[in-house]
Ligand binder design. Structure first.
Ligand SMILES: C[S@@+](CC[C@H](N)C(=O)[O-])C[C@H]1O[C@@H](n2cnc3c(N)ncnc32)[C@H](O)[C@@H]1O
Length: 284
């Protein structure tokens, strides 16, 4: 079995706007990576895709979603149950773990990277899960039209590609326009859980969600001050930053979400001595 981690896309990718932006006019948060399947991934795809892959109509590329198409969760899962959607599910470690722990909930994995989805199918097969479906699609299109408004109980965005360079920040997934789409898809009172191992992106997430009238931080002011993660990044000069005595007085960081298993991706962040920032917001 391959243990290939879900790597962040190259930071050097220039914002070239491919066909996938023609329908949904915004810079996308991903670059195209190989879609070839081999070995067990191909086998998992052949055996399981009929049941577990949501086959959506496209308008341009294979990650687009026809805006006329609306997902029917009850039909797809064969039952009515709370729906958890993970955006950028990578190799499916987090979502399949959660689905195994919570058989009473339905889980939808949204990912553009086909080998990642095939790996997710492999995990679904290994764990004999029936409560996960996967879709190859660009997340903003899923949230804006594919999912019915007010249909998602929890939305997860864990370790989205950081797009470090300033000229690439427009490609970051979590921004004002994305927050509006997230708010549309969530039920009132629904939760949006986020995690990142990059402090600059964590601050952007906090800024975007605190400014949104649609969301309320479930942990306002928490984990600020000298021991908080952001202050520690500054104090210890982590992430290649110069050490400084900047103190994060605002806080607002959630405790680690215990429903999120330690993925190989997060593990690499720990090994590189990067701190993890969790955020949890409730849709008003
Ligand atoms: C850095 S990886 C993290 C994967 C996973 N969440 C984890 O923690 O292991 C980010 C993932 O988001 C996916 N992604 C990026 N932009 C996306 C988009 N617009 N729609 C769906 N998936 C996207 C990438 O293909 C990649 O697999």
């Amino acid at each position: 079995m391959t243990t290939e981690p879900a790597l962040p896309v190259s930071d050097d990718a220039d914002g070239a706007e491919g066909p996938e932006t023609q329908h949904f006019r915004a810079p996308v948060s991903f670059v195209r990576r190989g879609s070839r399947l081999q070995g067990r991934r191909q086998q998992a795809w052949d055996e399981l895709s009929d049941v577990f892959v949501i086959d959506v109509p496209r308008v341009s590329s294979d990650t687009s979603v026809d805006p006329e198409y609306v997902f029917d969760a009850e039909a797809a899962f064969g039952r009515k149950a709370p729906l958890v959607v993970e955006i950028g599910s990578g190799l499916g470690e987090a979502i399949t773990h959660a689905a195994e722990q919570n058989p009473e909930k339905n889980y939808l994995a949204v990912e553009v990277y086909l080998p990642g989805l095939a790996q997710t199918l492999q995990r679904i097969g290994q764990k004999n899960l029936t409560n996960v479906r996967v879709v190859q699609a660009n997340a903003p299109e899923v949230l804006s039209t594919m999912l019915p408004a007010g249909s998602v109980d929890e939305l997860w965005v864990f370790f989205p590609d950081p797009w470090h360079k300033t000229r690439h920040h427009k490609r970051r997934m979590v921004k004002d326009s994305f927050a509006e789409l997230a708010a549309r898809a969530l039920v009132p009172g629904g939760l949006w859980r986020l995690a990142t191992d990059w402090s600059d992106y964590a601050v952007q997430m906090r800024d975007v969600l605190d400014a949104s009238p649609c969301f309320e931080n479930l942990h306002p002011g928490e984990r600020g001050g000298p021991d908080g993660p952001l202050t520690q990044v500054h104090a210890q000069g982590l992430e290649g930053k110069e050490a400084s005595d900047d103190v994060d007085t605002r806080g607002g960081w959630a405790p680690r979400f215990e429903g999120r298993t330690l993925t190989s991706f997060e593990n690499k962040a720990h090994q590189a001595n990067r701190l993890i920032f969790d955020l949890t917001y409730r849709k008003a």
